[in-house]
Design a protein around this ligand. Structure first.
Ligand code: FE2
Length: 260
C-alpha cells in the first residue's frame, strides 16, 4: 500500500476514536491536500501522506514521543510506500524538530528526504489548518502552536527555529497556487481569489503574505493608503448609492504586490 483509500482507513482506525480533535485536524489537512493535488497535478502520495502525517500521535504508536518518527516507523512496518513514509517522517520541517529533540541521527539514518515540492505542499496543508480543522494563515498557525505548548516547550523551541523556513515553504506553495486560481471547496471560509504580496521579489520561494478578498469581490490593485502605507482595493459588483464599495487591505511594510 498505500492508496489514498488505504491511508484514510488506516488514519481513521488509529486516530478517530482515540484523538478526535487530532482527527478533525487530519481530515481538513487531507481535504486541502486533495484540493491542492488536483489543482497542481500532484500525485496521490501527497494525499495519502496528508491522511497519515499525524498518525504517530496515536497512543499505541508513540514510542519516542516525536510523532513524525513514530508515525514513519509504524508506516514502514505496515508496508506503506517509501515516498509517503518520507513525507510523514519529514513533514512540516520535522528535521528541525528532530534536532531539537536529539533525534536527528535517527530520522536521517532511517528515512530518505521527501520530494521537495510534495513536502512543501504537505507543510502548507498542515500549517494552514488549525487543531480543530479550521483554516488559518501560516503565521497565525505558528502563533497558535506557541500558545498551545507554551514558552520553553520543545515544540515551541522548534517553532522558533523553524518559523522562517515554514513561512518560506508556505509562501512557495501559495505562489504556485496563485497561478491556479480560484475556487476552493470544503471548509475554506473564503475563495482563494486575491493577490500575492512578496517581501522581496516576484519569484517563488520568498516569504510573503497572501490576501483574500470576500467572495465575489475582485482586487483592483494597489493604492496609497496614506501616511506612507500601501493598500489594496477590492471591488464588489454591488454598488451602494451609486458609489463603489471598497475593501482596503493594508499591505504590510516592505511587501509589494506581485500577483493579482
Ligand atoms: Fe498536522
Amino acid at each position: 500500500m498505500a492508496g489514498v483509500q488505504d491511508a484514510t482507513v488506516l488514519a481513521e482506525t488509529r486516530l478517530a476514536a482515540a484523538l478526535p480533535r487530532r482527527w478533525r485536524h487530519v481530515q481538513s489537512v487531507a481535504l486541502r491536500a486533495a484540493w491542492a493535488a488536483d489543482r497542481l497535478s500532484l500525485p496521490g502520495d501527497l494525499v495519502a501522506a496528508a491522511w497519515l502525517h499525524d498518525i504517530g500521535y496515536a497512543p499505541e504508536l508513540a514510542v519516542t514521543g516525536f510523532h513524525p518518527l513514530d508515525g514513519a516507523r509504524f508506516l514502514g512496518r505496515v508496508g506503506i510506500n517509501g515516498q509517503v513514509v518520507s513525507l510523514v517522517a519529514y513533514h512540516s520541517c520535522a528535521q528541525i524538530e528532530a534536532g531539537v529533540r536529539g533525534l536527528a541521527d535517527e530520522l536521517a539514518g532511517e528515512f530518505s528526504p521527501a520530494e521537495p515540492v510534495l513536502a512543501d505542499v504537505l507543510l502548507w496543508c498542515d500549517m494552514t489548518t488549525g487543531p480543530d480543522g479550521d483554516h488559518m494563515r501560516p503565521a497565525d498557525r505558528l502563533a497558535e502552536i506557541r500558545r498551545r505548548y507554551g514558552p520553553g516547550h520543545v515544540v515551541t523551541r522548534f517553532v522558533d527555529l523553524a518559523a522562517a523556513e515554514i513561512l518560506a515553504a508556505a509562501g512557495r506553495v501559495e505562489m504556485m497556487l496563485a497561478h491556479h486560481l480560484p475556487s476552493c471547496p470544503g471548509r475554506w471560509p473564503d475563495s482563494l481569489s486575491g493577490c500575492w504580496a512578496s517581501r522581496t521579489s516576484d519569484r517563488p520561494g520568498v516569504a510573503g503574505h497572501s490576501h483574500r478578498t470576500k467572495p465575489g469581490w475582485t482586487i483592483l490593485g494597489q493604492r496609497n493608503a496614506g501616511r506612507g502605507r500601501r493598500g489594496l482595493m477590492a471591488w464588489s459588483p454591488r454598488r451602494s448609492r451609486g458609489s463603489r464599495l471598497g475593501l482596503q487591505v493594508d499591505l504590510p511594510a516592505g511587501l509589494k504586490l506581485v500577483e493579482v
